[in-house]
Design a protein around this ligand. Sequence first.
Ligand SMILES: Cc1cc2nc3c(=O)[nH]c(=O)nc-3n(C[C@H](O)[C@H](O)[C@H](O)COP(=O)(O)OP(=O)(O)OC[C@H]3O[C@@H](n4cnc5c(N)ncnc54)[C@H](O)[C@@H]3O)c2cc1C
Length: 463
Amino acid sequence: MSHDYDLFVIGAGSGGVRAARIAAQHGARVAIAEEYRIGGTCVIRGCVPKKLMVYASRFADEFADAAGFGWTVGEARFDWATLIANKDREIARLEGIYRSNLAKAGVTILESRAEVVGPHAVELVATGERITAGTILVATGGRAEVDERLDGVEHVVTSNEMFHLEHQPRRLVVAGGGYIAVEFASLMAGLGTETTLVYRGEEILRGFDREVRRHVHAELERRGVRIICGDIFSRIEKTADGLDVTLRSGGRLVADTVMMAIGRRPNTAGLGLEAAGVTLDAKGAVVVDAQSRSSVPSIYAVGDVTDRFNLTPVAIREGHAFADTVFGGRPVTVDHRLVPTAVFTTPEVGTVGLTEDAVIETGRAYDVYRATFRPMRATLSGREERMLMKLLVDGETDRVLGCHIVGPDAGEMVQLIGIALKMGATKADFDATMAVHPTAAEELVTMRVPSERHPARLPAAAG
Ligand SMILES: Cc1cc2nc3c(=O)[nH]c(=O)nc-3n(C[C@H](O)[C@H](O)[C@H](O)COP(=O)(O)OP(=O)(O)OC[C@H]3O[C@@H](n4cnc5c(N)ncnc54)[C@H](O)[C@@H]3O)c2cc1C
């Protein structure tokens, strides 16, 4: 039976756009539906606008540090409206590039919400039109979660709105401890907003190495971010002075803006997937196999909607692998091991491989190589700042299992360390690599003596 298209992609974000373009290049007839803006979360309201704001937030340090190097800088003032307008212009430019790349590849763009109405059929919500396709790719991403039961929840914003606030808040309270919450707290504080982060857990950045978590916590506090762990919001009230946030502990905070960044959920609500027979997990994520195929053979899913590694490069890789597998006659399985990643706080985090807790869980012998030091630039600037570098090495095989960096350019460094780890580098390989001097990164190849050695632990006897 012939269909309107070979492939119908729902969602023009990182994963969907890549899959659509590559499938079209393989000769497939492709349509893509987008309900908001072409480019998806990363380009429109995620990685890209955030990084632009992070850059903006770091100029205050540059101006302050310049004095130690002999510069006199006049009074520096920051204008929120200029940043937002310039950022919006850049995002519109990128959106245009995404759109034209899709068009050049011959992909039909349909600007509407699309819902699945069968294993080979979708419906465009804008027009009610039904379209059939041999394969459907669900690439609808995720959305910010909000605690709907919270008294006063109507007063909160999510990361989506933070990119478009009309005025810079003088006082901001952020709920959450994941990378999005922590990045926003850091960047807004850098821009001069009085910022408090409230996190229900024991320590921010759950899932990262414990030393990284403590280090970032201390450095953010040093930079003026107030961090409250072990507490949550119990109520938000609007008063003449702003938003009054009551904490479960009884504490009170007053803010102009309250941001909630307590997690993200796969975007599958109302998508018609369950009715079409697609299995979703408890969080609503599409359950897929190694080739991104769902429980319905003609329906695939990639990116955040599958809740594997919710990062742009992973979504892109999954989209590309899907297109090569299904339309390129070349089965590709994405390797989800050793995904390097960064947290764009100031100071930045770069991390790849296992955390120390994950290494401990394996029971193997391991060595820790650790360096904490003051970056060279901080000597003349007089800035109180420490950098952290940590390598976790297998005690038997000498393989580097994990690398964790906190400090300037950590994200850039860990991209390259990721290659070494992917190639199976040992500590001896690191030692054999000549240092680049004077850099901070040279510490990674000059840590000769382990800071700690841990023997193997026998697996607990079965009860
Ligand atoms: C604030 C923030 C900062 C981030 N920073 C980083 C970072 O620094 N590095 C990094 O790697 N990742 C970052 N991420 C994560 C990254 O944005 C996602 O992992 C990535 O965008 C996932 O791509 P995707 O294709 O799965 O989904 P998305 O990019 O979310 O695209 C999904 C698209 O589908 C559309 N859509 C949804 N439902 C429908 C429907 N029914 N019909 C039509 N269209 C629909 C949406 O409008 C959206 O455009 C960040 C995310 C956020 C929120």
